[in-house]
Design a protein around this ligand. Structure first.
Ligand SMILES: Cc1cc2nc3c(=O)[nH]c(=O)nc-3n(C[C@H](O)[C@H](O)[C@H](O)COP(=O)(O)O)c2cc1C
Length: 261
C-alpha cells in the first residue's frame, strides 16, 4: 500500500472513537476525496472491500449483534465487507479498514469501528452484498459533536494515548531500549491502535529486521482484524522512523513488517 506517512502519522495521534455526530452533511469535496481513496484501497486485496452509505449509522446498528455504546445519527456510514474465502482476510480487513479510518480522520471526519455479527433481517439499509460476502464491521462518518473534543485533543497532546498498555507488556519476549529507532516508533504507534473495549490483543516481537504482530491467546476473527489494524500502525511508525520495507501476512505470527534498509 502507498502510505502517506506524515498525514496518517498525524491521524493516528488525533483519532479517537466518536459516538456523537452533527447531522450536518459531509462536504461534497471531502466525501469525494474519501470515496477516491476507498476505490484505490478496494483494489489491493480481493477478499475485502469498503463502501460508503449516505445513511445514518442508526439505520444499520439494529442489525449488529453485540455492538456497544450510544450512537447519535450520522450523515453517513462505512461498511466493511469480507469475502467468505481467502487467506488472512480478517487481518487484511483490519489493515485496509484502518487505512480508510485514518484517511477520514485526516479529512476532519469522526469515525468509530463497530464490529459485530450482522443479522440482515434486522437491517433498515439494503447493503447489496454479493454471494459469499459478509458485513463484519461499520463506522459512522461525519463531523463529531462530542463537545469535550477540544479538551480531549489538549489532553492527548499532553498525555498521548494514556489509556494504552505499556510497550513492555506488549512485547512478551522483552522490549530492548537499544532497538533501532524505527522499531520503537513502530511499536509506539502500534500500541495506539483501536480495539473492542480497548482490549489491545496485539503483541509484538522483533528480530532479524522483522517486526511481528501476533495476538494474545486464541486468534479469533476479531482479534485478527484488530491485529491488522495494529499492523498498519506499525508500518506507519516504521516508515516514519526512517526505514523502508514491506508487510507480510502469516509466517511467525499473524503478520509482520520487514525492514529492507
Ligand atoms: C473491531 C472493533 C469493534 C469496536 N466496536 C465498538 C462498538 O461496538 N461500540 C463502540 O462504541 N466502540 C467500538 N469500538 C471502539 C473501541 O471501543 C475503541 O477503539 C477503544 O475503546 C479505544 O479508544 P479509541 O478508539 O478512542 O482510541 C470498536 C473498535 C474495534 C477495533
Amino acid at each position: 500500500m502507498d502510505i502517506p506517512v506524515k498525514k496518517w502519522y498525524e491521524a493516528v495521534q488525533t483519532r479517537y472513537s466518536q459516538q456523537k455526530y452533527m447531522t450536518k452533511e459531509i462536504k461534497p469535496f471531502t466525501l469525494k476525496s474519501l470515496e477516491k481513496k476507498i476505490a484505490e484501497l478496494n483494489q489491493i486485496y480481493p477478499e475485502v472491500r469498503i463502501e460508503i452509505f449516505k445513511k445514518s449509522i442508526k439505520e444499520i446498528l439494529p442489525a449488529l449483534q453485540g455492538k456497544y455504546g450510544n450512537f447519535t445519527d450520522s450523515p453517513a456510514f462505512m461498511a466493511f465487507v469480507i469475502n467468505d474465502n481467502g487467506e488472512h482476510r480478517w487481518t487484511k480487513m483490519g489493515y485496509i479498514g484502518e487505512a480508510v479510518i485514518l484517511e477520514a480522520t485526516a479529512l476532519g471526519l469522526g469515525t468509530c469501528w463497530v464490529g459485530a455479527r450482522y443479522v440482515p433481517e434486522r437491517s433498515r439499509v439494503k447493503l447489496n452484498l454479493k454471494r459469499g460476502e459478509r458485513l463484519v464491521a461499520v463506522s459512522p462518518i461525519g463531523y463529531s459533536s462530542e463537545n469535550y473534543n477540544l479538551t480531549r485533543h489538549f489532553i492527548s497532546k499532553l498525555f498521548p494515548h494514556r489509556d494504552r498498555k505499556n510497550v513492555r507488556e506488549l512485547c512478551p519476549d522483552g522490549y530492548d531500549p537499544d532497538w533501532p529507532g524505527w522499531v520503537k516508533n513502530a511499536i509506539k504507534l502500534g500500541s495506539y491502535a483501536p480495539s473492542r473495549l480497548n482490549r489491545q490483543p496485539w503483541r509484538f516481537y522483533y528480530g532479524d529486521k522483522k517486526l511481528v504482530v501476533d495476538c494474545k491467546g486464541e486468534p479469533s476473527a476479531y482479534k485478527r482484524l484488530e491485529c491488522g489494524i495494529a499492523l498498519l500502525h506499525l508500518e506507519i511508525g516504521a516508515l516514519d522512523g526512517g526505514t523502508s520495507g514491506k508487510i507480510e501476512f502469516g509466517g511467525l505470527g499473524l503478520a509482520s513488517f520487514v525492514s529492507e534498509s
